[in-house]
Design a protein around this ligand. Sequence first.
Ligand code: NAD
Length: 498
Amino acid sequence: MTTIFNWINNQPAHSVSTRRNDVTNPAKGEVIRDVVLSNTDDVNAAVAAAQAAFPAWRDTPPLRRARIMMKFRELLELNRDKLAALITEEHGKTFDDAQGSVTRGLEVVEFAQGIAHMLKGEIAENVGTGVDSHSLNQPLGVCAGITPFNFPAMVPLWMFPMAIACGNTFVLKPSEKVPSCSMLLAQLAKEAGLPDGVLNIVNGDKEVVDALLSHDDVKAVSFVGSTPIAKYIYQTAAEHGKRVQALGGAKNHAVVMPDCDLDFTINALMGAAYGSAGERCMAISVAVAVGDVADALVSKLAEKAQALKINNGMVAGTEMGPVISAIHREKILGYINQGEQEGATLVVDGRGLSVTGHEKGFFVGGTLFDHVTPDMTIYKEEIFGPVLCVVRVESLEEAIALINKNMYANGTAVFTSNGAVARRFENAIEVGMVGVNVPIPVPISFFSFGGWRNSLFGDQHIYGPEAIRFYTRSKVITRRWPESGMAHANSFVMPTLG
Ligand code: NAD
């Protein structure tokens, strides 16, 4: 069986650690390879390589860094199917969904190509008599990224292209459940011309994460994962004086108004709830039915949820693959049991599904609950599986109040044909990313991605313009060139320039 190790200084790096994590194909329920769970020495080696590479990379003209991004983008395009196949193999999502996720990552690389323009500072002449000021945006040094299992290529691509384009060097700690894509990304970055030590990968678990969080030479940490770990990363990294952005979990609501185009809405909700088996941080897990739309909504959703094509994600025409692991499947089934016990109406039951030819796969059928109330566990907790809960309310205002009270605030959407309703929703909703008749409003790469409340800890959202602020620090220079013969004297008062 192949073991995946690390990537340091543009080459594979061994580890003396004997700890391993099994990597499984969730459609088959089989172990396909394993990955090293590295130790603190491996982290020290990767950070040392990144630190050594930093001075030359920082001083590389941004335009030259951008040209490497251009080449990297071409290689991503050429290797999209290879990356997508690895995603389907290790994560389970369908091949075309995986291809789409690679494209969304590639778009961040496209945005990073404009880095020379985006790094420009500001200048002001005559801020005082004969005095001018300008600002510079300079890279921080070594940055670290810690990523989740559900987007093996896209989430790493949310982080390192922007960090590197800004002139930083990077150490990535991918999810130990899906390590292969990151290794291929690093090889492609090398092929694109990225110098040794600029991008490094240390595979592992908490031991690696903790070593990164406390390492003196790591200046900033980007994290994407579940809320409890995001909170831990935010607190620990901040305690060690690092800049940190930690994106957490979600419970995304879609409000369905009686005036919506119902068939359009049903199709949008099906993809958003059951696509990627519900394992997206922007998945819709709650449909809030306003007024008398509820009965028609539930019966049409039920019909479609029962007809979902569930199979190995490599089989053409598959709409939904398995969930990530046997443990995660058990957790999801436990939530379905609890929903029933707490009194929700189980309209479509995804328990007990077996896929012919894949009997050992980690499959859960599309599940639909109606009459869910905010006190139920299935409403309060992130299930991260193919389970859609319908909550019935009387008005738009009641829907807005419900969403604004939820502990998560990543994404949300409203389905309506009324502009005034949409405008009220956009204005009053307290959530980071909002869709109007768009179920998964993941911002394009030239905006930034981030939720509010427990869906993001830190000040800056990820990728887009906020990434420039996160991965650089500004320096303001104030300068005067005294002319000879100019009057001057000792001054012991706070300098004023006028
Ligand atoms: P996770 O929090 O379990 O793991 C994320 C990363 O943290 C992994 O690299 C893992 O190795 C590491 N980790 C896990 N436990 C740790 C610990 N105790 N100490 C230090 N590091 C630890 O998340 P996951 O299960 O891989 O991913 C699913 C979660 O990620 C869901 O909650 C989902 O909503 C969230 N997510 C959020 C976004 C977003 O943009 N907000 C995007 C994708 C996924």
